[in-house]
Write a protein that binds this ligand. Structure first.
Ligand code: AHM
Ligand code: MG
Length: 339
């Protein structure tokens, strides 16, 4: 399909839906509502430093208004907009323990899982953060509210997934199953324009992204893999370079464009987190969907394919190894004891 640079994201979504004659326009409507929420969050993120001057988060600003923390603001913005968009029946957010119902009478045929503002440790230090989302078709009958069973779904069944990165510019990167496309926000016009059509992740890379401070707590294959990437061997392009921001969206985005492998394996630092730190439904699965759509791979640190994991809990954690196919497969060889 011809995807001319510079088309608006709304035009792009409508054109993509033409590939699906059975489409009712509801998924387009859902994505467009989410994009409005993203633009609202982007504007607030850009004001973050000023909000601090006017009144610290959680306190009252100079106008006597309550200043919300950014992650709280992002959560409320998405929740309120999507609760009466008419296209979803239930939501789950990293910020909320239980599933979030939609307004009665506005139930639709999709579900939404989201991390409103990922990279919390970077929020106050002006480093890129992001919103991640995942959309499924509901499982319960189309009328009435949805429940956890609509949300506890394999990543493979996603109908759309993506993220918004609030970085040097704001970008929306998403897929509805026909490749991965990136759009850059023109803040003057308030519109996302197609800037990165048909993103393909380089098959092999020279970058790894991992929190190496956890080295002592990793399992043996992970340690050996990292030692391998750092060893000198010009023929295979080693040593690799390290790039770690500590914001999943930013680390993933860099690797998606430039090539790379991101790892957040399980570690033995915190017994409360025996499966690593990242969450399956709104962190690992949507990014795995994008990785596969872009020609990359995403597995766990015991070799399971992320998109095939059947979730059991809304906030389930999962070890995540994701990125350039060659590098992920090489990790698999260390796991299998072949190296
Ligand atoms: P958060 O949801 O509290 O922001 O935590 C998730 C973030 C990811 O963005 C990032 O990949 C990871 O935590 C970094 O963790 P660490 O600081 O342990 O390296
Ligand atoms: Mg998060």
């Amino acid at each position: 399909m011809n995807r001319p640079l510079g088309v608006t994201v709304s035009r792009h979504i409508i054109d993509s839906q033409r590939l699906h004659p059975e489409a009712t326009g509801e998924l387009s409507g859902l994505l467009n509502e989410l994009i409005v929420a993203a633009k609202t969050i982007s504007a607030e993120v850009n004001m973050a430093g000023l909000a601090d001057i006017l009144g610290m988060s959680g306190k009252t600003n100079i106008q006597g208004e309550h200043v919300q923390k950014l992650d709280e603001f992002a959560n409320n913005t998405i929740k309120r907009r999507m609760a009466r968009c008419g296209y979803i029946c239930v939501m789950t957010s990293e910020e909320e323990a239980d599933a979030i119902p939609v307004v009665e009478g506005y139930e639709g045929k999709y579900t939404l899982a989201f991390d409103p503002l990922d990279g919390s440790s970077n929020i106050d230090v002006n480093v890129s953060i992001g919103t991640i989302f995942s959309v499924h078709r509901r499982r319960t009958p189309d009328d009435g509210s949805g429940d956890d069973s609509d949300l506890l779904r394999k990543g493979r069944e996603q109908v759309a997934a993506g993220y918004i990165i609030y970085g040097s510019s704001t970008m929306l990167v998403f897929s509805t199953g026909d490749g991965v496309h990136g759009f850059t926000l023109d803040p003057c016009v308030g519109e996302f324009f197609l800037s990165h059509p048909d993103i393909r992740i380089p098959q092999r890379s020279k970058y790894f992204s991992i929190n190496e401070g956890n080295y002592t707590y990793w399992d043996e294959p992970v340690r050996r893999y990292l030692e391998h990437l750092k060893a000198v061997d010009k023929a295979s392009g080693r040593p690799y370079s390290a790039r770690y921001i500590g914001s999943l969206v930013a680390d993933f985005h860099r690797n998606l464009i430039a090539g790379g492998i991101f790892l957040y394996p399980r570690d033995h630092k915190n017994p409360a987190k025996p499966h690593g730190k990242l969450r399956l439904l709104y962190e690992a699965a949507p990014l795995a969907f994008l990785a596969e759509q872009a020609g990359g791979r995403a597995i766990t640190d015991d070799g399971r394919t992320i998109l095939d994991i059947e979730p059991e809990e809304l906030h389930q954690r999962v070890p995540l190894i994701i990125g350039s196919t060659h590098d992920v497969e090489l990790f698999g060889e260390f796991l299998a004891g072949k190296r």
